[in-house]
Structures are given as structure tokens and as C-alpha cells.
Write a protein that binds this ligand. Structure first.
Ligand SMILES: O=P(O)(O)OC[C@H]1O[C@H](OP(=O)(O)OP(=O)(O)O)[C@H](O)[C@@H]1O
Ligand SMILES: Nc1nc2[nH]cnc2c(=O)[nH]1
Length: 210
């Protein structure tokens, strides 16, 4: 019987991002000017994506980080591919500094691309989008604008979308700019950054799991 885990290598992630940028014409048809990486899993994909977008634009797109957590931190969970247990609700551990009195950058009128490594139940992405829409609305009010008048767009880039019924739905306008680099069956993805044994063995196993 196949193991319930799928080993994923750094190279596979890098190549998937390369292909996805070409397939979705990212940087042309949809050209983000701000990335928001959901930590911790979205950080490395966002950094790789920035390189491919820079190759098109010749400029670096800024990456802002937010921290969201849904999966429970059980003693061994997450380590070496031990599947984690989903919690009930998403917890915000870090958020943007936009919109406050000390805010330096406006969200208004931007094409924002949220980046994460996996869309599983979709709860994390739905939460991120809902919170971001609140911030955009607050900035619009501050600028004396009507709802939506700023034409701010939100898109999503995920390396892996699990082919399964989702617990929650994303707004239609966001789904128009939803870019999954790959679709996987509903199995636990064992990412290279979760590997604390031999990364060479992990990489070999990822080839067998392809
Ligand atoms: O689609 P969902 O079911 O919401 O799951 C996806 C989220 O789960 C993981 O985050 P996690 O909560 O494990 O935090 P981490 O990235 O810090 O490990 C992953 O990085 C996604 O953000
Ligand atoms: N590492 C990892 N984190 C997840 N969070 C939600 N689904 C997954 C998964 O398959 N692997």
C-alpha cells in the first residue's frame, strides 16, 4: 500500500513555480506589485516566485509576511512528515503593519498576491483574504472612498492545491486570480523544510513519490 505521505523536494517546488509562472502568464496577464507570504510554509515559495517575476519585470516585488496557524502543534507533529491535526480556527500570529498610524505603504490600488505552499481545507486562505479585505476597506474609508473604489485586487498563488472538497469558499473575484502550481491528491505533503533527517534520502524518496 502506498504511504499516506508524499515527499516533496526543493527542486520540485522550484520547478513547479517556474512552470506556473509561464502557464498562468504571471507578471503579464496578472502582474502583482505586492506579495503577502503566509508563514511559515509560504516564505520559501514566495522568495522563489519573486525571482521568476523579477526575471520578467526586472524589479523585485516586495514581500510582506503574515503568520497564520491552523494546524495543532502536537509534540511530534510536523516533524519529519508526521501529519498534523487541523485545529478548529485559524490563529493570527503576525499581521501587516499597513493601515495604522505608522503605516508606510498603502494597500489601495495594488495587485496583491497571497502566497502559500498548500491549500488544504482552504480555511487559512479564506481567513487571510477576509482579514485583508477588512484592512483594504479601512484604508478606503480613511481615504474617503466607497467600498471597492480603490480597485485593489487580491490573487492567490499556492504551490499545491489538494483535490478535495474545501471547508470554506473564497470570494469569486479572488478565485479569478487563483494560481495553483500543482494539484495533489488528499495526502499529507512532507515538505523539505520539515525534514530533520537526511535531506538526500528525502529528495530520493520525493522522486519515487512523483
Ligand atoms: O488549507 P488549510 O487547511 O487551512 O491548510 C493550509 C495551511 O496549513 C499550513 O499552515 P500551518 O497552520 O501548519 O502553519 P505553518 O505554515 O506555520 O506550519 C500551511 O502552511 C497552510 O498555511
Ligand atoms: N506540511 C504540511 N502542512 C500542511 N498543512 C495543511 N496540509 C498540509 C500538508 O499536507 N503538509
Amino acid at each position: 500500500m502506498a504511504s499516506n505521505k508524499l515527499h516533496i523536494s526543493y527542486n520540485q517546488i522550484h520547478q513547479l513555480i517556474d512552470y506556473a509562472v509561464k502557464r498562468f502568464h504571471l507578471g503579464d496577464d496578472y502582474s502583482p506589485d505586492l506579495m503577502i507570504a503566509i508563514g511559515g510554509g509560504g516564505f520559501i515559495p514566495a522568495r522563489i516566485l519573486r525571482s521568476f517575476l523579477k526575471a520578467k519585470h526586472g524589479r523585485n516585488i516586495p514581500i510582506q509576511a503574515i503568520g497564520l496557524s491552523l494546524y495543532e502543534e502536537l509534540p511530534n507533529a510536523g516533524q519529519d512528515g508526521v501529519p498534523e491535526i487541523p485545529g478548529v480556527q485559524v490563529t493570527k500570529t503576525q499581521w501587516l503593519n499597513f493601515g495604522g498610524a505608522d503605516s508606510l505603504v498603502s494597500l489601495l490600488g495594488r495587485k496583491i498576491l497571497i502566497v502559500d505552499e498548500v491549500d488544504d481545507s482552504r480555511k487559512t486562505l479564506v481567513y487571510a483574504v477576509a482579514e485583508l479585505l477588512k484592512d483594504i476597506r479601512a484604508q478606503e474609508i480613511q481615504a474617503g472612498m466607497n467600498p471597492g473604489e480603490s480597485n485593489t485586487e487580491i490573487g492567490i498563488f499556492v504551490v499545491y492545491n489538494k483535490d478535495k472538497p474545501k471547508a470554506e469558499e473564497l470570494p469569486e473575484a479572488v478565485m479569478r486570480h487563483y494560481y495553483p502550481a500543482a494539484t495533489t491528491p488528499d495526502r499529507w505533503l512532507f515538505f523539505p523544510w520539515d525534514c530533520t533527517t537526511d535531506i538526500g534520502v528525502h529528495t530520493e524518496l520525493s522522486k519515487q513519490d512523483m
